[in-house]
Write a protein that binds this ligand. Structure first.
Ligand SMILES: *[C@@H]1O[C@H](CO)[C@@H](O)[C@H](O)[C@H]1NC(C)=O
Ligand SMILES: *[C@@H]1O[C@H](CO)[C@@H](O)[C@H](O)[C@H]1NC(C)=O
Ligand SMILES: *[C@@H]1O[C@H](CO)[C@@H](O)[C@H](O)[C@H]1NC(C)=O
Ligand SMILES: *[C@@H]1O[C@H](CO)[C@@H](O)[C@H](O)[C@H]1NC(C)=O
Ligand SMILES: *[C@@H]1O[C@H](CO)[C@@H](O)[C@H](O)[C@H]1NC(C)=O
Length: 289
């Protein structure tokens, strides 16, 4: 056994570096999450977890704790080949009928047809705020990073660091509610949604390709942990707005991010509820500037 006093400066430095690196590296899945649906369809491989779907069941996981504001990201490699009818989700949600929820839903498709990414925001139990985008890569070949950033100013959905969508807090200017009071858990799941997911439900899941598998890795949570015991955030977040993602400087996007968002919208947006005059003859208030 090495006595601490025998550590050379170099070794001590390396240890210090390791601790530092560990702070910014991904979390161990079981440290923060657990399977919460169909353990027999869930595979924990340490660094990666696999959700599987067959005729018997899909599968899912959830965080052990809840968070009030923060940033959560994960890398996902989606169901490959014929994934029509399947939906892989990465989302945050609070509990109860008037819940808040932030969704990434990856809608599968026939082999070589594009996935769609559907995003949605629920506030106080009301969603109906879908946007759909195509991706600029094949999400089944490699892992890509999907991030939910939730601060006092906006909710941002990012793909490999590029903003796909921003839902701004317009609560003061309008009567549109913004999620801010309910702590949310962080979740992932894979399930059968062939009644609506692919080409509006026209293409059904072809079970001869099951089990379908989505793989998740590199879980990163930089968020304000909420204590259910006393109803307050704990740790670093107990000091208001001390997190870099919640500083007032974050009130608005950088020029670069604005430009990225504009280009994604121009090239990849295929559906926006704000422009769906059949569903909403009067545009929803948050869609007006
Ligand atoms: C992850 O954490 C669990 C529980 O703390 C531990 O049993 C497991 O060995 C860890 N796995 C890795 C890859 O660090
Ligand atoms: C949330 O919804 C519930 C029930 O629909 C309603 O009673 C409540 O007033 C809503 N909360 C806010 C802040 O509007
Ligand atoms: C699936 O592919 C078809 C044909 O290219 C496309 O119209 C559709 O948007 C794609 N995605 C989904 C989820 O249906
Ligand atoms: C399902 O996939 C199998 C294997 O490729 C194929 O033979 C069959 O026609 C497919 N079923 C449907 C309904 O497309
Ligand atoms: C709230 O509870 C947590 C444990 O869940 C504790 O760490 C924290 O100190 C408590 N805060 C207050 C203000 O009581």
């Amino acid at each position: 056994m090495v006595c601490p006093s025998n550590l050379t400066t170099a070794t001590a430095f390396l240890l210090y570096l390791a601790i530092l690196l560990n702070l910014v590296s991904a979390h161990n899945f079981s440290e923060l999450f657990q399977c919460n649906w169909a353990p027999d369809h869930f595979v924990d491989e340490g660094d990666q977890i696999k959700l599987t779907l067959d005729t018997a069941s899909g599968s899912g996981f959830g965080s052990k704790r809840k968070y009030l504001f923060g940033k959560a990201s994960v890398q996902i490699k989606l169901v490959e080949g014929d994934s029509a009818g399947t939906v892989t989700a990465f989302y945050m949600s609070s509990d109860g009928p008037n819940h808040d929820e932030l969704d990434f839903e990856f809608l599968g498709n026939l082999s070589s047809e594009p996935y769609l990414v559907q995003t949605n925001v629920y506030v106080n139990g009301t969603g109906n705020r879908e946007q759909r985008h195509t991706l600029w890569f094949d999400p089944t070949i490699d892992f890509h990073t999907y991030t939910l950033l939730w601060n006092h100013y906006y909710i941002m959905f990012l793909v490999d660091g590029v903003p796909l969508r921003v839902f701004a807090n317009k609560e003061e200017a309008t009567s549109v509610l913004y999620p801010k009071n309910q702590a949310m858990g962080i979740y992932g799941s894979l399930w059968n949604a062939d009644d609506w997911a692919t080409q509006g439900g026209m293409v059904k899941t072809n079970w001869s390709y099951s089990p379908f598998v989505s793989t998740f890795q590199s879980f990163k949570v930089d968020a304000c942990e909420f204590s259910p015991e006393n109803g307050t955030v704990i740790g670093k977040c107990s000091k208001v707005s001390q997190y870099r993602w919640d500083k007032s400087a974050m009130n608005g996007l950088s020029k670069h991010k604005e430009e990225q968002l504009r280009r994604v919208r121009e090239n990849h947006l295929v559906y926006d509820y704000c422009e769906d005059t059949v569903r909403f003859p009067e545009p929803p208030k948050e869609c007006l500037n």
